[in-house]
Unconditional design. Structure first.
Length: 84
């Protein structure tokens, strides 16, 4: 029961994001809520989802959950890559 409320909040946030079929989405911070939002926007039809975090383990999980591109700002030029 303790994960019900944060899960619902993350799902609601993803659903209210306005993502449409074919959009590119950037999620900054892929902790619990970010991982859930990643799955929601993918199901909503996002073309590419880019996840940004400083913890590689979270990024690796995001990749297995469907992220198209994972970026660590300590290693990657996030702005350049996102604009490309």
């Amino acid at each position: 029961a303790s994960v019900g409320e944060p899960t619902a909040c993350a799902i609601y946030a993803g659903m209210q994001s306005g993502v449409e079929l074919g959009d590119n989405v950037v999620i900054v911070g892929v902790g619990f809520a970010g991982q859930v939002m990643l799955q929601v926007v993918k199901k909503m039809g996002a073309h590419k989802v880019i996840c940004v975090d400083v913890i590689d383990e979270k990024l690796n999980l995001a990749k297995t959950m469907g992220a198209d591109i994972i970026l660590n700002p300590n290693k990657d030029d996030v702005v350049k890559i996102v604009l490309e």
